[in-house]
Ligand binder design. Structure first.
Ligand code: NAP
Length: 327
């Protein structure tokens, strides 16, 4: 009998790839979405009788996941991906920090109270709960030391705080409540890559790092951005390894591949997408050499033991899909 996996935030960029992979491997999947319209659209795209959805309109409302879990006693694995992904600087406490933290607490409580048959929880955390500065050496044991007050100082700080406090709450719950389920967390850096079921409207936040370069006209100066990337298909696969492979329980996995700068992204786009030749800036090829990484992900790579998709393929797949959707 196939196992059933519950995934929160099933409409997300990363989540849709996880759903696609789970279905291709024969799992049954129940996804939480915020509205019927979003659920129906996803169901149509997934196009499998092994996929169904439940509405969880508001991550934060008390008992948000209780009804969905009560209705699905067949679920044995929970993947929690839903969280606000934005650096918007309005009311950061209300819009970023509290939904992320309370949403995670709601998941933990719902599993314990309503679904004792669930044995594994995987949370999509982030590199920002490992470190938000990027200047000191970190590995799978590192935690961001950001405070609540610091979290409220900017949109980015709020995102970093939201992921850090949500993750800490989850490990604390495991420690103090000793539930029936184990926890593993996935910590990606910037996630690039194509959408699982084609581009529909706006791209998700991290892919706009790549797509916004298409707006730089020939001769335009290239703003400096340097970071680390991982392809979305590798992030999806890591979520499966995190519940399938013996020894994953209790582990934190850092998902990072190579470094990039805006200039290295442009160099890839200009060399590989002939359609854009002469329509976007070339910048100064070879400039903006990325600084070396400060992340030690040796333990994760050894555990996951699969080959990551390289930056060139990730960027070309992202841009080719994006420009064909704009036609
Ligand atoms: P995404 O496409 O924006 O997906 C976010 C998901 O969370 C969507 O399903 C969204 O629902 C849901 N969501 C957001 N705020 C919500 C709220 N207040 N109530 C209920 N649902 C809410 O982003 P993503 O890149 O796939 O991110 C997925 C997870 O990966 C997040 O936990 C994020 O922090 C983490 N992550 C992402 C990156 C990256 O570079 N992309 C890197 C590290 C970690 P709607 O579709 O209805 O908006």
């Amino acid at each position: 009998m196939a196992e059933t996996v519950f995934i929160s935030g099933a409409t997300g960029f990363i989540a849709q790839h996880i759903v696609k992979l789970l279905i291709s491997k024969g799992y049954h999947v129940v996804g939480s979405v915020r509205s019927t319209a979003k659920g129906e659209k996803l169901k149509q795209n997934v196009n499998s009788e092994n996929f169904s959805y439940e509405i969880v309109e508001d991550l934060e409302s008390v008992g948000a996941f209780d009804a969905a879990l009560k209705k699905h006693p067949e679920v044995t694995i929970f993947l929690h991906t839903a969280s606000p992904v934005t650096f918007a600087e309005n009311d950061v406490e209300k819009e970023i920090l509290l939904p992320a933290i309370n949403g995670t607490k709601n998941v933990l409580k719902a599993i314990k109270a309503q679904a004792p048959q669930i044995t594994k929880l995987v949370i999509t955390a982030s590199i920002v709960s490992v470190d938000s500065v990027g200047s000191k050496s970190v590995d799978e044991t590192s935690f961001n030391s950001i405070t609540w007050e610091e979290s409220k100082t900017s949109g980015f700080a709020a995102y970093a705080g939201s992921k850090t406090f949500a993750e800490k709450a989850a490990w604390e719950f495991i420690e103090t409540e000793k539930p029936n389920f184990t926890l593993s967390t996935i910590h990606p850096v910037y996630v690039f890559g194509p959408q699982a079921y084609g581009v529909d409207g706006e791209l998700n936040f991290s892919n706009t790092v790549v797509s916004k370069l298409l707006q730089l006209k020939p001769g335009a100066e290239v703003p400096v951005t340097i970071g680390s990337f991982i392809d979305v298909r590798d992030v999806a696969e890591s979520h499966l390894v995190a519940f399938e492979k013996e020894g994953a329980a209790g582990q934190r996995f850092i998902l990072t591949n190579s470094r990039f700068s805006n200039q290295t992204l442009l160099d890839i786009i200009n060399a590989n997408i002939p359609e854009l030749k002469g329509k976007i800036t070339e910048g100064i090829p070879g400039s903006q050499t990325p600084t070396p990484t400060t992340i030690n992900d040796k333990k994760t790579r050894e555990f996951l033991d699969f080959k990551y998709i390289d930056l060139k393929k990730s960027v070309v797949d992202t841009i080719e899909q994006y420009i064909s959707s704009q036609k």
